[in-house]
Structures are given as C-alpha cells and as structure tokens.
Design a protein around this ligand. Structure first.
Ligand SMILES: [Mn+2]
Length: 341
C-alpha cells in the first residue's frame, strides 16, 4: 500500500462509476475538513454531497459537446482527516504528490479553502494559479492564525511568488489585503472589471497570464458565484458571477498544461429560505465539475483524434446505461436517475 492510499478511505464514487486508476487521467478525491471555517461551516459534508448529486446528473455537456461517460475518472475516496490543520494538510500533500507523480491530474473536492495550499505545495512545477473566489484570502494572519481559510493564499504567494497568482471574481477583502495586492504583482479581477471588459477579453487576459508559466492550477471557491446561484457557501458575498460567466471563464483557464484543480467551500446543508431549491442549487454548483472535466478532455480528444462526439439520441437510455453497466462490463448498481422522472 502506498503512502497516499494509506490516508484515504473509499466512498461511493463520483458520477456513480469509478474507472480503474491505471486507465484514468483524472483522479477525484475528497477532503471533508472545515475546522478553520469562521462563519457558516459545513463544507466537510461537501465531498459526499457532490458525489450524490453527480450520480444523478446527466453527464453530456452541451457546452463542450463531450460525454463524461466516455472519460475515465478514478475516485480515490476521501482523505482521512485529522483534528489538526497541519496534519490534514500533510496528508493532502501526500495524496496529491502521489497522483501528480503518476502523471495524472488531481481533482480535489473540499472542504474549506486552506486545503488548496497543500495541493499547490505538492506540485513541483512553474505554476500559474487561477483562483475563482469572492475573497482574496491574502491576510497575513486572521484571528491569530497564520494559516486558515482566510490567509492560505498569502502563504501560497510566499511560496510561488505573487506574480504567479491571478484572482478572478474578487469583491470582498480587507484594506491590508488590498494594499498587499496593489504593492505586489498579484493580478486581481473584480466582477465589475469582467463586465466592463466583456467575457471574451477577460478570457484572453486569463490565457495570456497562464501562458507565462509551464503549468497551471485552478481553484474554484464556489462563493465566486452570486448567492442567487450558489447560496450554500461558507461566506456568501453579493454581486458575484453568474454560472454562465464562471463556466465561460473556466474554459479559458483549463489548458493542456493543467496539473491540478479543486472545488471548495460548498456547504450543502445551508438551505437559504426555500428548501425546494436546495437540490437544484447544489446541482448547479456541482455540475460545473463535469463541465470542467469535459472541457479539459475535449481539447485532448480534438488534438489527438479529431473526435466528433454526438449527443445520445435518447438521454434516458444513456442514463440507464450508466446505471447498469460498469466499465468492466459487469452489471453494477449505482445511483442513476430514476427513469421516467
Ligand atoms: Mn471565498
């Protein structure tokens, strides 16, 4: 058993099917940790909730015209977290290091945002980091802690250098964070900047930034979205991005040089004022992950084979196939959408 395997426990897999590790370029794992959350904690429940939703979503992407069912993705399970932040981050780094060492792309489901530091630390590359977030998370310390969900990005730029970071969708920060960002080379884009420039020019700016580096890492704090689209977050901030804006900007961030991705701060138990919207909202938040995977694979397939994929004529048939057939060809029970609903 490897060191990484020692620190994870199996879970019901992402999308309902886990492809063999050897055949998968993407490796999903969860980190159910939210101990440094200071407002609405609960992101420790997100890895399980995201998997539940993913197993009940259609996997065909209208945006990228790619079928996630065709993309082998391995789900390692969840990191067995510790009480201490340092100990948990050490385990996260060990798992990411192992995935990276196997030349695969880690897809990490948080958990709170501090885990991003452990993931970035484990990837020894000339990294450009794109952070989609309402917050800068650039405080030098917060509530007496040098490392937490509110300070981790300051530690990341101390490690990589401030010119390696672009923060997109930023609209909540303290004056010292703003002063630090202005006096260093951290690139910041507010929702107002994005709307003034337009999505096309913003995508070009992101691509240009990433072109300076050998590899790229993308982190998505779900609170980058407006609370109207994603109310279940630890620290909601109004005036955020729409789902369309985020997915469009992600498209320009997902390059062939991508070496790591994470989605953090989803708090699935926060229901806002209308319980009936919970499932829909969570689905909206988490469905971005399949889209991300599709976008990444689309470019690879186009490059390698010029593959043209068509939408299934009967999506129910596709769902049924996903529900009943494992990648090994043996019948397998998993969470499929109930046919006819
Ligand atoms: Mn945030």
């Amino acid at each position: 058993m490897s060191r990484g395997q020692l620190f994870v426990s199996a879970r019901s897999p992402f999308t309902g099917i886990s492809a063999p590790l050897a055949k998968s370029r993407f490796v999903v794992f969860g980190v159910p940790y939210d101990k440094t959350s200071t407002y609405r904690s609960g992101s420790r429940f997100a890895p399980g909730a995201i998997r539940d939703v993913s197993a009940n979503l259609e996997l065909y992407s209208v945006r990228s015209n790619v079928d996630l069912e065709k993309i082998p993705v391995h789900d390692m399970g969840d990191v067995d977290i510790l009480e201490s932040l340092d100990g948990t981050l050490e385990r996260v780094s060990a798992v990411v290091s192992e995935i990276y060492g196997a030349k695969k792309v880690p897809i990490m489901l948080g958990g709170e945002h501090s885990i991003t530091k452990a993931s970035v630390d484990a990837i020894p590359e000339d990294l450009g980091v794109i952070s989609f977030d309402a917050h800068m998370d650039l405080r030098d310390e917060f509530l007496g802690e040098k490392l937490s969900h509110a300070t981790f990005m300051r530690r990341v730029v101390e490690h990589l250098g401030p010119n390696h970071l672009m923060e997109v969708g930023i609209r909540a920060f303290s004056k010292p964070e703003l002063d630090f960002a202005k006096s260093s080379d951290v690139e910041i884009m507010t929702p107002q900047d994005i709307r003034k420039a337009g999505l096309e020019k913003t995508c070009a700016r992101i691509s240009k930034f990433l072109s300076q580096f050998h590899s790229c890492y993308v982190t998505v704090d779900i609170d980058v979205l407006d609370p109207a689209y994603a109310p279940g977050v630890g620290n909601p901030e109004p005036d955020g991005l729409s789902t369309d804006e985020l997915l469009t900007l992600l498209r320009s961030s997902i390059l062939k040089s991508l070496v790591g991705f994470d989605l953090v701060e989803v708090s699935p138990h926060i229901r806002g004022h209308c319980r009936s919207f919970v499932g829909e909202r969570l689905a909206g938040e988490t469905s971005q992950l399949p889209h991300f995977l599709n976008l990444s694979c689309e470019k690879r397939q186009d490059r390698n084979k010029g593959t043209i994929l068509r939408a299934p004529r009967d999506s129910r048939k596709a769902t049924r196939r996903r529900s009943l057939v494992s990648l090994k060809g043996k019948p397998k029970q998993c969470h499929g959408r109930i046919l006819g609903k």
